[in-house]
Design a binder for this molecule. Structure first.
Ligand code: FES
Length: 145
């Protein structure tokens, strides 16, 4: 019968712990990878999943106010007494677009994507319009989503 030395026992224990750590890491990575590849409405925070509201006095004519809808940035624009609510995530590669009031355009700083006030693509590489959100006035409060 083979005798187990103290050194062999330590090697065996360390190897077992490393194996468990590798297995746990693989399982957790796979789970995170699947959630990334197949996000659910809950994990992706889809448009309209949440609401935001703020006093109309916080949004001047021609300006944009940033809010989070479903955990994602959205812009509420007040122009000619109308309100527009758009996702600020560029549909090309996901950079955050910014509002340029002098041009009445949303422009992506990454590759020059240009969108109009309704989110339609006017130029650059974006393949789709910016998603829009329902926006309305309830008294003096702007309600989005
Ligand atoms: S990420 Fe916006 S144009 Fe490329």
């Amino acid at each position: 019968m083979e005798e187990i030395t103290r050194k062999d026992f330590l090697h065996s224990t360390v190897n077992t712990l490393i194996g468990l750590w590798v297995a746990a890491t693989a399982v957790l990575s796979s789970y995170a990878g699947l959630r990334y590849l197949w996000p659910t409405e809950k994990t992706a925070g889809g448009p309209g999943g949440n609401k935001a509201s703020f006093p109309l006095t916080e949004l001047s004519e021609g300006d944009m106010k940033k809010v989070l809808i479903g955990g994602k940035p959205a812009g509420i624009i007040r122009l000619n007494k109308d309100l527009y609510a758009l996702s600020l995530i560029c549909t090309h590669l996901g950079c955050i677009v910014s509002w340029h009031p002098e041009e009445k355009r949303l422009i992506c700083p990454c590759h020059g994507g240009v969108y109009d006030i309704n989110g339609a693509v006017l130029g650059g590489p974006p393949p789709r319009p910016l998603p829009s959100y329902e926006v309305r006035l309830r008294g003096d409060t702007v309600v989005v989503g």
